[in-house]
Write a protein that binds this ligand. Structure first.
Ligand SMILES: [Zn+2]
Length: 209
């Protein structure tokens, strides 16, 4: 205790992750990348044009921490049926739920048709992101494509959850509409200077911003 010097001031919280003791999300993210992400070539990505819950969802998906049946089985949970609740054909793991499920494939095809881009088959989130990184930089195309990809993943997961928990409010016929509306609302709320045009968004989203 001899080396501790007390000062005549109020107690306050101090974050040890940065030398000035002030917390910030960007510094926390840098720490995560430095200490926990040694095995990946991509740093943690915080995308400011989508809600925080979506960034957290994508982060969990990338770390393979979503509660798919495969991940829950690995933790000791048991199910009467390990199959995907959407198609009932194959173990529900990350890759099946988001890429290989016959229903997910159909959703990706519909999204590709809407944005008029060929979205390739993918077998990892980093692979999907590499494709997004390769989209030619014309205006805000990359931002728009990223928002739409995130919205697609999010709504595939919503459908998975509604199927798993027998919630009939969100059905297959709602998914594409929800992808379109969610991605529009995210960008509309965050692009203050140039608002996204809804009519153009429906017809050709890459030109809507
Ligand atoms: Zn399936």
């Amino acid at each position: 205790m001899n080396h501790i010097q007390l000062v005549n001031d109020w107690d306050q919280w101090c974050w040890e992750g940065f030398r000035y003791g002030l917390y910030s999300v960007s510094k926390a993210r840098q720490m995560i990348d430095k200490f926990d992400q040694h095995d990946t070539s991509h740093p943690t990505f915080w995308y400011k044009f989508v809600p925080i819950k979506i960034n957290v969802f994508i982060w969990r998906l990338r770390l393979r921490r979503l509660p798919t049946k495969s991940n829950l089985l690995a933790k000791g949970m048991e199910f009467e049926n390990d199959n995907c609740c959407v198609c009932d054909n194959g173990l529900e793991d990350d890759l099946h739920a988001f890429a290989n499920c016959v229903n997910s494939k159909l959703i990706w095809l519909k999204v590709a048709s809407w944005i008029n881009l060929d979205i390739p088959s993918w077998n990892s989130l980093d692979g999907l992101r590499s494709w997004v990184d390769g989209v030619p930089i014309i205006g805000n195309h990359k931002t728009i494509v990223t928002a739409i990809i995130y919205s697609t993943l999010w709504n595939i997961w919503r459908l998975r959850n509604s199927s798993t928990f027998k919630d009939s409010k969100f059905r297959k016929c709602h998914v594409l509409d929800s992808i379109v509306v969610d991605s529009f609302n995210w960008l509309y709320a965050r692009f203050k200077k140039s608002r996204v045009n809804w009519t153009v968004w429906l017809q050709n989203p890459l030109n809507a911003l």
